[in-house]
Design a protein around this ligand. Structure first.
Ligand code: FAD
Length: 411
């Protein structure tokens, strides 16, 4: 019997199911998710939701009525343990199974765990947290009281957004980054320096080049009380949030013999090495037309776009995934928007003023524009996206010159 199942009720899974309906698939369709929530957006988890400015239902991509109307089934709080490709079966954690005709994997990722000896013990305490899910944030939020000492491990986007949210709630915040600068993996030293300064000005104790080597616990062992770092530094803590990256959920695919290599390997149509199975979102390793190589992305635009491409393939109308990567991050009064991938750039061009918190940073490689990071420049960002997508050389002098409107340079 015809039945398409989507494993993973996240941003990609939710989008994929509705895209299938839009593509004309009218048969049985069910989304399976291990969390107890309707598919929801994660970006607010470290921003408005963490600050307590919105509640769970507002995170949902769509409310239950939309699933009912589109006749999309939801099996929530259910984990798929095994995929039997020969029998076309999904086996659940409770041993039950269903048979699929086609399958979509949108399993996303999970927070990377710390590897120090004390980490496992810390996970059993009430004030040591990773941040990926609504439930994680509800626990962190309950610690968000003015004056509490929050130690954040990891100076990536999530760590820095948590810092900004905690400052908004008057906590005492320390950020520990193992590398010499924050955001080191994703942006230029100038951008890292800018964000470090912004956070220090806001009162965050930003420490780079420090690694966590141990934790102290209270006598009962149900709370972490301090964080030990290299160099003999000990930082007292009322709560710890760890944001040190993501591991893609590829185990299901791997055990079923699908190609996996830092993500479930898919082709330009989002099909896996099994033609009856597609994959989309954070869990995939896909060819990027734009980058000329395979990449794995962790962003909402990627999840949404790739889900639509995967749905088109399942509906028998394959199209090519060729979007240019883009991403955003909100911290304090700064709206950062990024497009392209800056790795390998050889020229950094600044347009506007970091001091005024309004600028666009352009990254060129051999004269060609490969990426742009824009802070509080939403309009210019829209133009920069087209410029980056064009894969063309641009004159760096004109890029930096604010008297030359960006739109006169754009293709
Ligand atoms: P996920 O959202 O991870 O969904 C996958 C779902 O599948 C999960 O619910 C998981 O539990 C479930 N699942 C996995 N395996 C199974 C199984 N075997 N059985 C059943 N269910 C399973 N992106 C941006 O573009 N901008 C931002 O500002 C931004 N901020 C972010 C802030 C935070 C705090 C976080 C965590 C992420 C942020 N992101 C941001 C990234 C963005 O949220 C992700 O790229 C997006 O959620 C990916 O969607 P996905 O559906 O691929 O994966």
């Amino acid at each position: 019997e015809d039945h398409i199942y989507v494993v993973g009720a996240g941003h990609a899974g939710g989008e994929l199911a509705f895209a299938l309906r839009q593509q004309g698939y009218a048969g049985p369709l069910t989304i399976i998710g291990e969390e107890g929530h309707l598919p929801y957006q994660r970006p607010p988890l470290s921003k408005a939701f963490l600050k307590g400015e919105c509640e769970t239902p507002s995170l949902y991509l769509r409310q239950q009525a939309a699933y009912d109307k589109a006749n999309i089934g939801l099996l929530l709080s259910r984990r798929v343990e095994r995929l039997d490709r020969a029998g076309k079966k999904l086996i659940f954690d409770d041993g039950r199974e269903v048979t699929y005709s086609k399958l979509a994997l949108a399993t996303g990722g999970r927070a990377r765990r710390m590897t120090i000896n004390d980490a496992a013990r810390a996970e059993r305490t009430r004030n040591f947290h990773y941040l990926r899910n609504i439930d994680d944030v509800l626990a962190i939020r309950s610690r968000f009281e003015a004056g509490q000492r929050l130690v954040i491990v990891g100076g990536g986007y999530i760590g820095l957004e948590v810092a900004a949210s905690a400052i908004a709630r008057d906590l005492n915040v320390t950020v520990l980054e193992a590398l010499p600068r924050v955001l080191a993996r994703v942006t230029a030293p100038q951008m890292s320096a800018f964000y470090e300064q912004i956070h220090r000005n806001a009162g965050v104790d930003v420490r780079t080049n420090v690694e966590v080597i141990g934790l102290d616990f209270d006598a009962e062992g149900d709370a972490v009380t301090a964080v030990h770092c290299t160099g003999g530094v000990v930082i007292p803590a009322d709560a710890v949030v760890v944001g040190i990256g993501l591991l893609p959920n590829t185990e299901l695919a791997q055990a079923a013999g699908l190609d996996v290599d830092n993500g479930i390997v898919v082709n330009e149509h989002a099909a896996t090495s099994d033609p009856d199975i597609v994959a989309a979102g954070d869990c995939t390793n896909h060819p990027s037309v734009f980058c000329g190589r395979r990449i794995r992305l962790e962003s909402v635009p990627n999840a949404v776009e790739q889900a639509r491409v995967a749905a088109a393939y399942l509906a028998g109308k394959p199209r090519t995934y060729d979007s240019v990567p883009w991403f955003w991050s909100d911290q304090y009064d700064l709206k950062l928007q990024m497009t392209g991938l800056s790795q390998g750039y050889d020229q950094f061009v600044l347009r506007g003023s970091m001091q005024n918190k309004s600028f666009a940073a352009f990254y060129l490689k051999e004269g060609r524009l490969i990426a742009c990071d824009a802070v509080n420049r939403a309009q210019e960002f829209m133009i920069a996206k087209r410029m980056v997508a064009a894969c063309k050389p641009f004159d760096p002098v004109a890029l930096a010159d604010e008297t030359v409107p960006l739109k006169t340079l754009a293709p």
